[in-house]
Design a protein around this ligand. Structure first.
Ligand code: ZN
Length: 343
């Protein structure tokens, strides 16, 4: 069986793409980049489109046709925006084609029945699947690709949420279910370890060919569990993406900030927080001054005390609400000053 996929070596907390010593990622980093970028969606769309346009669609499924179809899929996936994600996607669909092409008739029929029963709630799945023509076969493999991708993303999101201590109840339940399921090692497809002997250094070198999204997530989390690297969730409320860090005090990620895509959250958001703080204290000072004026007036005019007390309590109740309106931009600074002065 042909093995195709993302080939990594792992040493000292760093993943390096085999044959590309310059392409390396600290543990966890690849996972966050692969599962939180646009790349996967772009790649999956390309796979789907190329299957839809497959020139061999009606051809009967023979071993030669499968060879041709594999070549066709690999060529349509020469998408080099983010090399590791591209290799993983190629590996995932080729693994599935290789597994399915080797099935005997009875097993294939059983599998097909099972695959046709998949809940219709996955609207990305094809239902015209089978082992008769290349088109049906590719659609069957694509369905498996999407299931594996969904499993990988689910495991990534749930585990990151729990490990970063930011899980919602729903994410916790998802994590517990996935962990229980992963006791069964046959559920994690697609990691092949290859060992080679390096005569010059007299050492053995291990590399891992990863050809499944779920396996990629398991591979990275298993290494993260024993390293000092932590998964964190970005505290920019509009981002909330996961990232990895050595320090547990890290707050913001290094991905483009949703509010300002030209800058990273780490660079952009602390400034916003600082500006907001300065602005808040500036507004609080104005409120304090307005109250101070009323206290003075009450001292000077004890006979107006009732009316002044009413104004003071109005300020106490409504000033914080008005201040928040200024902060979120629904009230202007001038309107706020006028409102304070009206007391
Ligand atoms: Zn962020």
């Amino acid at each position: 069986m042909r093995v195709n996929g993302l080939t990594l070596t792992y040493e000292g907390g760093v993943n390096t793409v085999l044959g590309h010593p310059d392409i390396s990622y600290p543990v966890g980093n690849l996972l966050c980049r692969i599962f939180q970028g646009e790349t996967l969606y772009n790649i999956s769309r390309i796979v789907r489109n190329s299957i839809g346009m497959c020139p061999m669609w009606d051809n009967a499924l023979t071993q030669d046709e499968i060879e041709e179809a594999e070549r066709y899929i690999l060529e349509t996936l020469l998408y080099d925006d983010f090399f590791p994600a591209q290799r993983l996607a190629q590996g995932s669909i080729i693994r599935c084609m290789e597994e399915y092409r080797s099935l005997d008739r009875a097993t294939a029929a059983g599998l097909l029945t099972q695959e046709k029963q998949r809940p219709v709630s996955f609207d990305w799945l094809f239902d015209d699947i089978g082992f008769e023509t290349v088109g049906e076969f590719l659609r069957l493999c694509y369905n498996n690709y999407i299931i594996d991708l969904t499993n990988g993303i689910d495991l990534f999101a749930a585990t990151s949420a729990v490990w970063s201590g930011t899980a919602t109840d729903e994410e916790q339940v998802c994590y517990d279910e996935l962990c229980a399921a992963l006791h069964d090692s046959s559920l994690v497809p697609g990691i092949v370890m290859q060992t080679s002997y390096d005569a010059t250094s007299s050492t053995f070198e291990h590399s891992f060919v990863i050809s499944s999204f779920l396996a990629m997530a398991v591979f990275e989390f298993s290494h993260m569990a024993e390293s000092a690297t932590k998964v964190m969730r970005c505290q920019n409320p509009e981002c909330r993406r996961f990232f990895t860090a050595k320090r547990s005090s890290a707050k913001y990620c290094n991905y483009p900030a949703p509010q300002c895509p030209g800058r990273t959250c780490n660079d952009y958001y602390p400034q916003i927080v600082y500006r907001e703080k300065v602005r808040t204290s500036e507004l609080d000072k104005l409120i304090k001054n307005a109250k101070g004026r009323l206290y003075n007036a009450r001292r000077r005019h004890p006979d107006w005390a009732d009316e002044i007390n009413k104004k003071l309590s109005d300020l106490t109740i409504y000033a914080p609400i008005k201040r928040d309106s200024v902060l979120d931009g629904t009230m202007t600074m001038n309107e706020f000053r006028e409102w304070l002065d009206s007391h």
